[in-house]
Every structure is written in structure tokens, then in C-alpha cells.
Design a protein around this ligand. Structure first.
Ligand code: HGY
Ligand code: MN
Ligand code: MN
Length: 415
């Protein structure tokens, strides 16, 4: 593999990222792209056209996971995988996931220009629904590939309007039996995901890239609180069973339980709070909240969930409200493969990039690919550590550094 490398010109990549960012359900620069929605389908078509224009063979599976393959000289060997997602939560930015997909494509194009010929095929993957927005569970496509979500479980998923996966995927044009999505161990020989850090460390330290060693363990719940409701004027305070003030105690319990472990790696968030009937002069009778509790230590995270369960029981008894919890997912932390992390380290050194080992606090598709292949992640800085906001930003220099290290790593792994 020649070490000389044309100064990585990634103007094309930046233009592609900006163009992809314009494909949104919201007014740019706000990016909202919920799986199987019109913007998601346009974004998929755009990225697929870039892959085909780069000579990659594109295919999609029954749930829309998309594979763009650069055939190697030994096509029977398990491929090297890279990629991420292009769906985006409401009010998001244009770099989360997309840097890993378009940056992965650019890394492949750079290798092609250098005359590299892969022995193992290289597959760029766009995973379906990394974000939980539509169906409430994250990493739908990679989770199904890993066999951690069965077709039956997937078909039982519903969106807020009660519409299921079957209708959405059919409308998006994805056919075929869902049991064809699950892949066996060894589907990829190795898998590397490029992603923005979604945290402040790399920028604060002025470090070019992060080599991820562990990916945090996410758990999410849907919790319904049912009280009595009633007239805001006529229903006196004594004996009220207000679902929203009870929910407020649950929300604060999530915050204090996450803080109480004393470990900075434990985080707890309530991101959704739907109030019924939602009238100014009606005592809330029902509230739905979602909790998201994470830690890089799975047992510590589970300890938080257990302590919250008893807090909910206490609130329910004291306030006379019914609290129903539904566990959506409780995934283990993922460990990155040391051999791939070492390859990333060699590439960073060869590319003259500073690096540090670190944990991933967001979850990623690699968390689930880890069940069917050795994985590792390569982080680049993002401004202020900001993500899941329209002002999310990664500079061309940061992106170029990530693509440079990724391209060297793919070349090493695919040789
Ligand atoms: O929530 C996450 O960690 C990811 O961005 N979906
Ligand atoms: Mn995200
Ligand atoms: Mn992401």
C-alpha cells in the first residue's frame, strides 16, 4: 500500500455532506429525517447514487439496510465493513451518522484513486433506523442483522399513530422476508465505523481522532402514569391524583439516580413527556414518559434501573397513581476488538494524526454489529461536543483526518 498520498482533497465529500443535509423534513439547516419518511427515502436514493457512481454494487435487505460493495480479489472471503446511518432525529444536525456513511465512501474512493486493490471485499453499510424516533427502539436495522430483534418483535413495533413496520417498509419499497435480515457470525471479517464523537473531549484536547475501546450500554423504558384527572377548578388539592406531578417526581428520580452512582459514565434522560388530555384547565389524567439510562458498566446501569423501579413503587403508593413500565431495550456495553483498534492506531500514526483511546457515550450500530463481527469505532471531534442539534458541526479538517485514518485502516484490513 503506497504511503504517499495525495493531499486528501475532500471538497467533494463536504459538498455531498451539505447536499445530504438539505434533504430534511424540516427547514435546513435543521435536519430531521425519520426512517422510511419521504426525506429518508430521498436521502437513501442520493447516497445510493453516489455509491453507484463510484462503481460499488448496491443491494438492500428486507428492512432497508443498504450494502455498497467493492468486490475484492477473493470475493468468497468475509468482507471488511464500514458505515453508519443517515436517519436523523427531529431538530438534528447533518454530521451524526452521515460522516460515517459518506466518509466511508470517500475512504473507499481515495483507495481506488491510489490504485489499491482489496483482497477482501469492502462493504459500505447504511443501517436502517439507527435512531429510535419512529418505532421507539434504536438501531432497528443493525439489531435485526445481529438477530437481537426477531421478525415477530419487529412486526409488533408501532409508531405514534399505531402504524407498524410492515406498512412503512412496504411503502418504502423494501420487500422480502424479514427473517432474511439476520446475519450469522462472520458476516463481516471486521467492521469499522467512523462517527463524530458527540462529546467534547477530542476538541478540548486538540486531538485529531478517537479510538473507541468501549461503547456505552443503553436502556430505554416507556412509562405510563395514570391518575384521576378532573376539573382544574373543581378538583380540590387534597386527594388529587395528578398524573403530571407524579411524572415530575419520576423525572427527577431518573436524574438523581443517575447522579447517585458517583460515576460520570452513568447518564439518565427523560426525553419524551406526553400529557393527556393536555388542556390548561384539566388535571392531567395520563402521562407517557420515556427514560434513557446508560453507562459503560452494564451492571451499574442495571443497578440504576432497579433503584428506579422501587422509586416508582413508592411514588405510585404515595400519590395513588398507577405506574406501568415497559422495557424497550436494555443492551450490553460493546467492547471494540483490540486488533482493529491497533490497526486504527497504526493508521493514525502513519497519517500523522494525534489520537487517544476513549469510550463512546452514544450508542451506535457498531454496538450490534459487535454480535456478528469484531468491531471498532473511529471518532472525529465535533464543535463543542454538540450533537442532536442543528448547530452540530465537524470541520473539513476533522473530517479529512477521519477519512485519512479510515482509508489507511480499510486498506490494511482488506489486504
Ligand atoms: O442515542 C444515541 O446514542 C444515538 O445517537 N442514537
Ligand atoms: Mn444520533
Ligand atoms: Mn449516530
Amino acid at each position: 500500500m503506497t504511503t504517499a498520498r495525495p493531499e486528501l482533497k475532500i471538497d467533494g465529500l463536504i459538498a455531498e455532506l451539505l447536499a445530504l443535509g438539505q434533504i430534511s423534513e424540516a427547514e435546513p439547516p435543521v435536519v430531521t429525517r425519520v426512517v422510511f419518511g419521504e426525506a429518508d427515502l430521498r436521502a437513501r436514493a442520493f447516497v445510493k447514487s453516489l455509491c453507484e457512481a463510484s462503481g460499488l454494487k448496491v443491494r438492500e435487505d428486507a428492512v432497508g439496510n443498504t450494502f455498497a460493495r467493492w468486490e475484492g480479489s477473493e470475493p468468497a472471503l468475509a468482507p471488511i465493513g464500514t458505515g453508519s446511518h443517515i436517519d436523523a432525529i427531529p431538530n438534528a444536525g447533518l454530521y451524526d451518522g452521515c460522516v460515517g456513511v459518506l466518509g466511508g465512501l470517500e475512504a473507499i474512493r481515495v483507495l481506488g484513486k491510489l490504485g489499491f486493490k482489496p483482497r477482501r471485499s469492502i462493504e459500505l453499510v447504511i443501517f436502517t433506523a439507527e435512531e429510535p424516533t419512529r418505532f421507539g427502539i434504536g438501531c432497528l436495522g443493525s439489531r435485526m442483522m445481529a438477530g437481537l430483534l426477531t421478525p415477530e418483535q419487529a412486526l409488533a413495533l408501532r409508531d405514534k399513530e399505531g402504524r407498524g413496520l410492515e406498512g412503512w417498509r412496504a411503502q418504502a419499497g423494501f420487500k422480502g422476508p424479514l427473517n432474511s435480515v439476520a446475519a450469522s457470525r462472520g458476516r463481516f471479517h471486521q467492521f469499522v465505523e467512523l462517527h463524530i464523537e458527540q462529546g467534547p473531549l477530542l476538541e478540548q484536547e486538540g486531538t485529531d481522532v478517537g479510538l473507541v475501546t468501549h461503547i456505552a450500554a443503553p436502556a430505554s423504558q416507556r412509562i405510563t402514569i395514570e391518575g384521576e384527572g378532573g376539573h382544574a377548578g373543581g378538583k380540590l388539592m387534597p386527594g388529587r391524583k395528578d398524573a403530571l406531578t407524579a411524572a415530575a417526581e419520576l423525572i427527577l428520580a431518573v436524574e438523581s439516580a443517575a447522579k447517585s452512582t458517583g460515576a460520570v459514565d452513568t447518564v439518565g434522560t427523560v426525553g419524551i413527556c406526553d400529557v393527556f388530555p393536555g388542556a390548561v384547565n384539566s388535571v392531567p389524567s395520563r402521562v407517557l414518559i420515556t427514560t434513557d439510562v446508560r453507562d459503560i458498566d452494564g451492571a451499574r446501569r442495571d443497578g440504576v434501573l432497579a433503584s428506579l423501579a422501587s422509586a416508582y413503587d413508592e411514588i405510585s403508593a404515595r400519590r395513588g397513581v398507577k405506574i406501568t413500565t415497559e422495557l424497550v431495550n436494555a443492551d450490553p456495553p460493546a467492547t471494540c476488538d483490540p486488533a482493529i483498534v491497533s490497526a486504527l492506531e497504526r493508521s493514525a500514526i502513519a497519517a500523522g494524526k494525534t489520537y487517544r483511546k476513549m469510550v463512546a457515550r452514544a450508542y451506535h450500530d457498531s454496538s450490534f454489529v459487535a454480535f456478528i463481527a469484531p468491531v471498532a469505532m473511529l471518532f472525529i471531534p465535533c464543535r463543542g461536543g454538540v450533537s442532536h442539534r442543528p448547530d452540530e458541526y465537524a470541520s473539513p479538517e476533522w473530517i479529512g483526518g477521519g477519512v485519512h485514518v479510515l482509508s489507511r485502516t480499510l486498506a490494511e484490513l482488506a489486504s
